[in-house]
Design a protein around this ligand. Structure first.
Ligand code: FAD
Length: 399
């Protein structure tokens, strides 16, 4: 039977990075994945260009029942450390917006870099491998894979969350946590588009594909300022994906479709200068024309087909309210099928924030998305994968 210092389950972002670093520190590491290829989510990420980190990483950009938990790992392996590694491999990158760093060419470069790092660490990678059972005794962990048994003194679970089952996502990590007595917090889809109730969805279908800058606010007061996209299923775009992680079923979100503008002031000034200009043309200076036409159809009482001179103050108040404090109650989300992340997961109270090891189960570690730490859109989730992996690898190296 083959014996390793550590077995890492999941050849995704966190698993590959942890295996590579532990291997490079002299540990004999086996990396196991059920898929045909390593890093499948990385390849899909950032529209194929992988938004691999963010210049503005801070613990406040992470959701967790235990908000302090992520601090230690994030402080010890920073975005600058990962940028150094990317630079070392000569991978060209650029900042897109809001500190989000993307490869100039392809996400494949990040996967190739991680595979090369694993090779440098002498990591044994076993793909298309199902883990049939995991048991623990005094000597460590015994795993039954399809076709063989393997042993290791330490076991790292990096099997990710539930989002995108088509890319190999599975509840494996949560099951292992429960098997060893760790609490798993309820999971739900995060960074995911909203679906809308039928009448509203049908009314908005004509503006599917329209995108606008917006400020979106959740009931808990969380605010994001990003673009919003109307889709044939409901609402999407970065603003909606971000706020979805802070939204609970049944709640409303409030959307400002004309941010940073005093609309009353704009309308009053325009009325003084061009009293005969139509309301429609005035609004079209600040919003896509298709959206204005849709609003005129939906709310003719607030968006009448009149000139600015004819617009009364009740109508003006109504339209400003609708545009800048649009309250929407989503029907739900598109769920794990399209979610970028899974909120919840292995309760961090049972883990060491320094090593990611289960406090009561020596030699068992949880890293990456399987843990109850979820970042914002924009490279924050990969940075958590890299940082938690580095913290765990350091612990494996020192063990
Ligand atoms: P994963 O990368 O999901 O890896 C888990 C691995 O475990 C997988 O390879 C899986 O096959 C394997 N596995 C699962 N179950 C088993 C099992 N039973 N046995 C063996 N192996 C198993 N984040 C960003 O920061 N920037 C982005 O640009 C970005 N874009 C994204 C785009 C999409 C479409 C999606 C879905 C997510 C995106 N994310 C992005 C989120 C990011 O991909 C994840 O947060 C990150 O991949 C988590 O890393 P991980 O290693 O914990 O899990």
């Amino acid at each position: 039977m083959e014996q390793f210092d550590a077995i890492v389950i999941g050849a995704g972002a966190a698993g590959m990075f942890c295996a590579a670093r532990a291997g490079q520190a002299g540990r004999r590491v086996l990396l196991v994945d059920n898929g045909k290829k390593p890093g499948r989510k990385i390849l899909m990420s950032g529209g194929g260009r992988c938004n691999f980190t963010n210049l503005y990483i801070e613990p406040a950009a992470y959701l967790s029942q235990n908000p302090h938990f992520c601090k230690s790992a994030l402080a010890r392996y920073t975005q600058w450390d990962f940028i150094d590694l990317v630079n070392k491999y000569g991978i060209a990158w650029h900042e897109k917006t809001l500190g989000q760093l993307f490869c100039d060419d392809s996400a494949q470069q990040i996967v190739d870099m991680l595979v090369a790092e694993c090779e440098k660490g002498g990591v044994t990678m076993r793909l298309r491998s199902e883990v049939l059972s995991v048991t623990r005794d005094e000597a460590g962990y015994l795993l039954t894979l399809n076709g063989e048994e393997v042993r290791a003194t330490r076991l790292v679970i990096a099997s990710g969350g539930l989002s995108m089952p088509g890319l190999g996502a599975s509840p494996f990590g949560y099951k292992i946590a429960e098997q060893f007595g760790l609490k798993v917090l309820p999971t739900r889809a995060g960074l995911v588009p909203f679906t809308l109730h039928k009448p509203l969805l049908e009314q908005l279908s004509v503006i599917s594909g329209v995108s606008v800058p917006s400020v979106i606010t959740a009931e808990d007061g969380t605010v994001f300022r990003e673009s919003l996209l109307f889709t044939h299923r409901g609402l999407s775009g970065p603003a909606v994906l971000q706020i979805s992680s802070y939204w609970q079923p049944g709640e409303f979100v409030t959307i400002n479709l004309v941010p940073d503008t005093d609309l009353h002031e704009v309308l009053n000034a325009q009325r003084a200068a061009h009293p005969n200009q139509s309301l429609k043309n005035t609004l079209a200076l600040h919003l896509p024309k298709r959206l204005v036409e849709c609003l005129m159809l939906l709310h003719p009482e607030q968006f009448p087909d009149v000139s600015l001179r004819q617009l009364n103050s009740r109508q003006q108040n109504g339209l400003v309210d609708t545009l800048q404090q649009w309250r929407v109650q989503p029907n739900g989300t598109e769920g794990y099928r399209t979610a970028e992340v899974t909120l919840g997961g292995v309760d961090t109270h049972a883990l060491s924030s320094r090593t990611l090891e289960a406090r009561d189960v020596p030699g068992l570690y949880f890293i990456g998305e399987v843990v109850d730490v979820t970042g914002w859109l924009g490279g924050y989730n990969f940075q958590w994968a890299w940082a938690s992996a580095a913290a765990c690898a350091q612990a494996l190296a020192e063990a």
